[in-house]
Design a protein around this ligand. Sequence first.
Ligand SMILES: Cc1cc2nc3c(=O)[nH]c(=O)nc-3n(C[C@H](O)[C@H](O)[C@H](O)COP(=O)(O)OP(=O)(O)OC[C@H]3O[C@@H](n4cnc5c(N)ncnc54)[C@H](O)[C@@H]3O)c2cc1C
Length: 387
Amino acid sequence: MLYVPRSLGLYNFLDISEVNSLGKSALLVRSYKPGTLEPLQDLSIVPHVEPTPAIPFQVSKLMGQQLLDVILRRHLEKFSCSVEMGTELRSFEQSDEGVTAILAKNGISESFDTKWIIGADGAKKRRACLRDHRVANTNRDHNKMVWMGDFRANMRMVNKFGEGRVFVAGDAAHPTGGQGLDSGVQDADENLRLFRNLGIANKSLLETYSAERLPVISETLEVTTSILDRTITSGDISAGRSHILYMLGIKCRFSTIVLDEFVASAKPIDAYGVLDEGNLEAGDGVPDASNILQVVRVEPDATTLFGLYRPWYHAILVFALSLADAAPILVTPVASPVGLILVDREGYAYSAYLVEVGQTKVFVIRPDGVIGAIVHGVKKIRGLDVY
Ligand SMILES: Cc1cc2nc3c(=O)[nH]c(=O)nc-3n(C[C@H](O)[C@H](O)[C@H](O)COP(=O)(O)OP(=O)(O)OC[C@H]3O[C@@H](n4cnc5c(N)ncnc54)[C@H](O)[C@@H]3O)c2cc1C
């Protein structure tokens, strides 16, 4: 399983560092002359890009899904949460107050009341095979085939990601072929943002999960389907693969809950685009910056912005020449007391966030690592309050 840079950044954001540390570099992929076992070419399917202070995760990694499973379960245990194996969801009913699920374990049925359900039960029961492609795994030393199977590209999506108190994520919502796991992790990350931080207090915000994910998944399907078609027709495994597959250009500038005072007019949706570091807007993935100095050290080890953002709070980043310039912003009702004063020693933050020296600019970083707002501060339309 290949994990693209966007997902590796998310695992880091969620403080699951093992995915990055235990993931292996992507192997070369060997293709064969059609109908034979005669090698055609060995190719890297992921172009190499050096990490930068703004984008530290630029290299895709390989890891079996079984190992990821162990890592994620151990992570859940830190929050006293365990996965109950061998338990099947048979049916459920929802009301305005909650959801009643009927579960079956060891042949015994039980009823379970909960406030919400997120269906992450995969795609297998609704399989519709649109394309078949045979994949093989060869033993590299002896060129012997050790495993072969039919790869069924299964590309569909739901028309909404939730109804009332019930949501779907991962393959249950969109069997997305080669980027299914990556997309599912992003669904989960967005879900986490909504449930932990906003949605339970304001149920209508949960609807933004559908609104933000549908265009992204729809464009992901377009891109991955087109690449699969080109690969199958040309027999070239590298056909059409480019940096776009790193998913770093995924954005939700179109979302009704993002606010950008620096953008004059609405643009086309472009949810699954190429990363454009020269054009940062609300709805984009947040960039990092290294070599940050904390004037008063609150987070002892953090020297990067990514080390300060967390999935359980919004971060408000105020660029200002001095504390006096920032003061009017920091007393707006939404702003928490100032947590940290940072010095951008190398100018990496100014560069990545496209802020000119002397300019006052405020960024709201959502708990899912997306820029929720870019505003002037209090002087214009009190953008922070609006957000
Ligand atoms: C050959 C191959 C290569 C792939 N490579 C990549 C890759 O490189 N990168 C990538 O991003 N994706 C890849 N994918 C896709 C990826 O594997 C899937 O998108 C991903 O596993 C989906 O995860 P999921 O948790 O949504 O669903 P699943 O992995 O299908 O998990 C669903 C789980 O729900 C359980 N379940 C089902 N029904 C119930 C029920 N009623 N009650 C309780 N539990 C239930 C199932 O037992 C299962 O454990 C690949 C897929 C294949 C086949």
